[in-house]
Design a protein around this ligand. Sequence first.
Ligand code: SF4
Length: 465
Amino acid sequence: MSGLFGVVCRGDCSSSLFLGTDYHSHLGTQYGGLAVYSGDSIKKKIHDISRSQFKSKFFDDIQLMKGNSGIGVISNKYAQPLVFQSQLGSFAICTDGLIENEDELIAELISDGIFFNELSNGSTNATELVARLICQKDSIVEGIAYMFKKIEGSISLLLLNKEGVYAARDRHGHSSLVVGIGEDKCAVASESCSFPNLGLDSVKFLGPGEVVLLKSDSFESLKSNGELNRVCAFLWIYTGFPASSYEGKNVEFVRERCGMAIAEKDDVEADMVAGVPDSGTAHAVGYAMTSGIPYRRPLVKYTPGYGRSYIPPSQEIRDQVAFMKLIPSVDLIRDKRIVLCEDSIVRGTQLRNYTLKKLFDAGAKEVHVRPACPPLLFPCKFNISTRTRDELIARRAIKSLEGRDLEDISEYLDPSSEKYGKMVEWIREDIGATSLRYISVEDMVEAIGLPRNELCLYCWTGRFH
Ligand code: SF4
């Protein structure tokens, strides 16, 4: 997944671009990149941010990147933005998403005489492929429409040229793009939380497949193909930042409502409700509001030394960082019964080895785990999350219960079935919780507050809805 930010200002855009892009640091940990339209040329800078934060890497560069318009990206996979000279003029481009038929499209373009830069890992940069597809047509908008038609998967993009910043949301609407307007600037972002501190108000969530062109004080909608929206439900549960909204629905509110929905159907007796920091916090606040059980913080994250934009080089050190950054408040925990809200359980290893272990080692009497989404059973097809099927604890539970991998797992999707109950009990035992209870798909959808057919629920149902 990547975070995109673009801005066009009446004056110099460099400060807004730098700060707005930085507010997407939670969406990627590998590369950061900025491009500014300066005079009649494009200045670009890309850094590896896997071992340091975006801010420290770009602070000096941005002083030299003056101009009225720019785009920025925080990316997990590819170095970008890329700059092209083409029959459509000079442009910089950055993308977010996944192209499933990448090999096929590259072969097709190569047979037409187009070549690609190979990366050191032997693959091609998906942003280069997107740019080369756009350049097959006579205008940017026609090129984007052609690219959407050709790719299988989902791509959103920002494109910077002398006209301003073009923004296009993927045609299935899996990820979000929102336009914000301020006194002297117009911006577009993956995360609306990047707007308030820059004096911008959210004015429009782009529709699926919609293309807009940003100018300094306005924007123009150039194309909307009106395909059914399938916005990723996981954005609200885990991926998104609490102060952001997607489709007008605030993340913090949704997480609170998930917690409330779990509490409404729960009968556990406990001394406190806690969230696994940070993404479990709002779920826990909601649970506490409805249950009347006090919200407390038995685990505190040591944020000064463990920022999220830091990937330690080895698994051993990564595990150590994960362990060290959560500190238990032992006096708060001893002899207490705790309801622990977590955004989701993916592999279960961190929950078992670090979180629950810490609570029990500190003397917790009981720990009742309440994830804010149903069991994850299918890996994401759209690059929003990178987990694989075999990593998922719910799949491991099914494999262990059945003695083999099952293709048809429909019985495990029904919370009223015996098989679902056995799967949850297997997971409870594996992570070492006193009890485990998941929210239902229906309650999660209600907490988000959008019609079910406008959400992607593939992670939990194996279907889009
Ligand atoms: S498969 Fe899951 S993570 Fe991927 S877009 Fe759908 S809901 Fe989001």
